[in-house]
Design a protein around this ligand. Structure first.
Ligand SMILES: Cc1cc2nc3c(=O)[nH]c(=O)nc-3n(C[C@H](O)[C@H](O)[C@H](O)COP(=O)(O)O)c2cc1C
Length: 176
């Protein structure tokens, strides 16, 4: 299983992913990776062995994405959407569109934000639709897992149902 932390910090989203990570899983924090923007050059349309002509940390991430059938992404809301860091990584997945490597994979999404789930209802729905759209392009199965509020203490654990919800997420992932 591959776990991807879309935050610029190793705090709340990272904590959730660490709880879900098992021995042979890989946990990546995108903030530690050098990921250039997609150039829109369309070189990946050709059968390039390395997927993309750019030399950066996406090379390793492409391999990890290809190797794992379950991918868990966790992102904070930044200005009502996923972080730019994560969006940038997703843009760089354009080669998978051409090479069809996502078929059969399941992408799970967890979101966090300062606001309550009710406050962020529209934002969560928009992000779910965004992932649903990409899933139709890349042919993966998409499953939204949960939204955690960090409230004013900047801490997901201030939610007293935290442990129960983590347990529930583990069950949903193991189901498959
Ligand atoms: C630039 C920025 C924008 C943010 N925008 C939102 C937002 O639109 N809605 C929200 O509920 N929280 C927002 N937050 C709060 C973060 O989503 C929240 O603190 C999150 O849990 C941080 O995750 P982390 O601890 O893994 O970095 C924002 C935080 C930052 C730094």
């Amino acid at each position: 299983m591959l776990l991807i932390n879309g935050s610029n910090r190793e705090k709340n989203n990272y904590k959730i992913l660490k709880e879900l990570k098992q021995e042979n899983d890989t946990l990546i924090s995108l903030s530690h990776k050098k990921i250039n923007y997609c150039l829109g050059c369309n070189s990946c349309k050709k059968k390039l062995e390395n997927y993309c002509i750019q030399e950066d940390d996406m090379k390793d991430i492409y391999m990890k994405l290809k190797e794992n059938d379950k991918i868990i992404i966790s992102s904070p809301l930044y200005m009502s959407h996923i972080t730019g860091l994560l969006k940038n990584m997703i843009d760089r997945c354009y080669p998978f569109y051409h090479h069809n490597y996502f078929q059969g994979k399941t992408v799970y999404l967890i979101l966090t934000g300062q606001g309550s789930k009710e406050d962020n209802e529209e934002e969560i729905e928009a992000i779910k639709n965004y992932f649903k759209g990409i899933s139709e392009w890349l042919y993966f199965e998409f499953k939204f897992l949960d939204y955690f509020s960090t409230r004013e203490k900047d801490n997901i654990e201030c939610d007293n149902s935290y442990e129960k919800r983590i347990k529930n997420i583990k069950e949903q992932i193991d189901e498959r």
